[in-house]
Design a protein around this ligand. Structure first.
Ligand code: PRX
Length: 649
């Protein structure tokens, strides 16, 4: 689809909220001049700028050069030796932070654990020794398929400590999805748990791992954390309890001195073709990016209590629950479960209980809070909050205003942070002590980020013209490749617009230079802030024996942002409600609950052009219940439209 067709801005939002003076005075970046100076420096002399910033990290050996080579193959901090786990742990032990809370964890049933930096360091060292004893070596891949429990953070940092590459799979993905990712990464070890808690029910993770292992032969060993106490099958010599292994493990484990570009993790994300992409991030650049952006955007201070509500299974959790905040020595709240368990006040209860000062969540959650009603946040004391953030999708101004008034009580700046799995860290965001915020806009690029908005021909567009959002300069925390498929990496991100990084979003820039992201221009949909490829759902549907053809599109959804609508033609069956339910189950089983279709519509055929291309825009209009503005003169068979419109749920 062409960007111009897709991008039509309907937002006309003129409100603006300046940061409170008291916030600005104390902020890590505190004036427009300071921001301008940093941004210009980074643009004109990126090596000089990032070289200075790199002083915020602790190096075993300082790099000989800061950046080498052109995008997309830029290498950062060549000659440097570093360890990410050392930066997140050991270096704090030499300071008063040694007894500071690193992780303040709350389980869904209400159990709690606090790990001070010393405790976290000890557990990470022990688990690093466990991995080594299992034969895991630098460069090996380890899959983590776990609930939101401290052991997940421990396992991540233990991998980083010995240079093993973690691949975290969100606990909502199915066994099939786990097998695919294990195979793509050729993982040797899987770390999981018996299960995790979600709305009082157990999500059986170990059972899913068992099912996945039939199809992922590279996995030799499985470590299982006992979390729920649910029944699990343990296969002798393959499966081991975490607590048994940790019992005998030494807490002495030096952090390995790794090259700056040593891979830190793979994280699979959806692209516009069927197979998920293994986004690869490396050590020094990624750590520097997440460290600096945490300082700038969240204005992290020694005394903050910081809570990001994401799951670590997504990039937000990697960068802003684990690496960025811990590298800064912050106290991080981590919560295992659902926001509405045992009731809709749970998040606000946690804010009050731990006196959270910085709160980072997603627009889809904010829309759910609005629906649940103000009585829930009003029951709790939210006066500890000083800064709010959002991420994952464009925030509608109504949700922004509610967040500002009801949660922030008009006191807290809101940082609407635009970034992606591929960018590693926040790219475009207000600076809370500097930037007047406009509801719905992610505002301005951070230092080191040089975006542009261009036409499909790559020409920079004027103010308020919608186009493709691209990056013109490399940054240290950008992805380095797609695991095992460098050609796809080049093709996906660097072939659309010459010499630029492009990962699929449309945007415009207003007269004040504020960026307004308008959503994806490719076949990726954003369901509850999570990326899903329409092709992934389509391939899952056509894998069902009764399905002949399927086309999947997103449609506006009140809570989820986008819902999933599937247009399906069948081989020889009639489209019954039972079959709809069966197909829904099938997709959940193949991909996971997050891919659950919201609508399935059967038709005798799909609307196609005479050249055989599915007319997706037309389907999007039908799914949204809109009259279509698309030119249908090329439509092959008009009768299909009436039928598809009729078949609304
Ligand atoms: O479309 C943009 C949207 O989420 C996509 C990235 O998804 P993912 O890699 O899963 O990472 C999500 C968390 C960083 C982007 O291409 N997106 C993310 N943040 C925003 C956003 N859209 C608008 N405003 C945002 N603040």
């Amino acid at each position: 689809m062409s960007a111009e067709n897709n991008i039509e801005s309907v937002l006309n939002e003129n409100r603006s909220f300046a940061p409170p003076a008291t916030f600005s005075e104390a902020a890590n970046i505190s004036s427009e001049e300071q921001y301008q100076q940093l941004w210009q420096h980074a643009k004109d002399d990126p090596a000089g700028f990032w070289g200075e910033m790199a002083e915020n990290l602790t190096w075993f050996q300082r790099p000989e050069s800061i950046m080498d080579g052109e995008m997309p193959n830029t290498k950062w901090f060549t000659g440097g030796k570093i360890n990410v786990s050392y930066n997140c742990l050991d270096r704090h032990l030499e300071t008063d932070r040694r007894n500071k809370a690193a992780l303040i964890w709350e389980g869904e049933p209400g159990d709690t654990r606090v790990l001070r930096y010393q405790d976290l360091h000890r557990e990470v060292c022990r688990f690093a020794n466990v991995l080594k004893d299992m034969g895991v070596e630098t460069g090996d891949r380890v899959t983590l398929y776990m609930p939101m429990i401290p052991e997940l953070t421990i396992a991540m940092l233990a991998c980083a400590r010995i240079g093993a590459i973690h691949s975290i799979i969100f606990g909502g993905f199915s066994a099939e999805a786990v097998a695919d990712r294990n195979n793509d990464a050729q993982a040797r070890v899987v770390v999981t748990a018996d299960g995790g808690w979600r709305r009082g029910k157990e999500i059986p993770l170990k059972a899913a791992v068992d099912a996945s292992l039939d199809k992922s032969p590279t996995v030799e060993k499985v470590v299982v954390v006992r979390r729920t106490g649910g029944d699990v099958d343990m296969v002798p010599d393959r499966d081991f309890w975490w607590h048994d292994l940790m019992d005998g493990a030494s807490a002495d484990c030096d952090a390995v001195q790794l090259d700056s570009e040593h891979p830190l993790f793979i994280l699979y994300t959806s692209g516009s073709t069927g197979k998920p992409k293994g986004v690869l991030h490396t050590s020094a650049g990624y750590l520097l990016g997440t460290t600096m952006t945490s300082k700038w955007v969240f204005d992290l201070k020694e005394e903050d209590t910081y809570w990001c509500t994401a799951d670590i299974g997504w990039i937000t959790g990697h960068s802003y629950i684990c690496y960025g905040p811990l590298s800064n020595g912050a106290s991080v709240v981590m919560y295992e479960g659902a926001p509405n368990w045992p009731d809709e006040g749970r998040f606000w209860e946690i804010v009050e209980k731990y006196q959270v000062s910085i709160f980072y969540t997603a627009p889809t959650a904010i829309r759910a809070f609005i629906k649940w009603g103000n009585q829930w946040p009003e029951k709790y004391d939210l006066s500890s909050l000083r800064l709010l953030g959002t991420v994952g999708e464009p925030i509608n101004p109504e949700a922004w205003m509610w967040y500002h008034e009801v949660i922030g009580q008009q006191r807290c700046p809101i940082v609407d942070t635009w970034w992606q799995t591929e960018t590693g860290g926040i790219m475009i965001s207000p600076l809370p002590g500097v930037t007047p915020t406009k509801p719905g806009s992610c505002a301005k690029p951070l230092p080191g980020v040089v975006p542009d908005i261009v036409s499909e021909a790559g020409v920079s567009l004027d103010v308020n013209q919608g186009g493709l959002l691209v990056m013109k300069q490399p940054w240290p925390h950008m992805l380095r490749t797609l695991y095992g498929d460098h050609d796809r990496f080049i093709e996906t991100y660097f072939s659309t617009i010459e010499d630029c990084y492009f990962a699929g979003d449309g945007a415009r820039r207003d007269e004040d230079g504020y960026i307004w992201v308008m959503g994806r221009v490719d076949d990726v949909i954003n369901v509850s802030g999570h990326r899903l490829s329409t092709m992934e759902v389509e391939s899952s549907l056509v894998a069902h024996e009764k399905v002949a053809e399927a086309a999947v599109v997103g449609f506006p959804h009140e809570i989820k942002g986008e819902g999933i609508c599937c247009f399906v033609t069948l081989k020889d069956d009639d489209g019954t409600d039972d079959l709809k339910a069966e197909l829904t189950r099938h997709v959940r089983q193949q991909i996971g609950a997050l891919a659950t279709p919201d609508q399935i519509r059967f038709g005798a055929s799909l609307p196609k052009t005479r050249s055989g291309k599915i007319m997706r825009r037309l389907l999007r209009d039908i799914a949204a219940g809109r009259e279509s503005t698309q030119d249908t003169t090329t439509l092959e068979d008009f009768s299909v439209l009436a039928k598809l419109r009729e078949d609304e749920d």
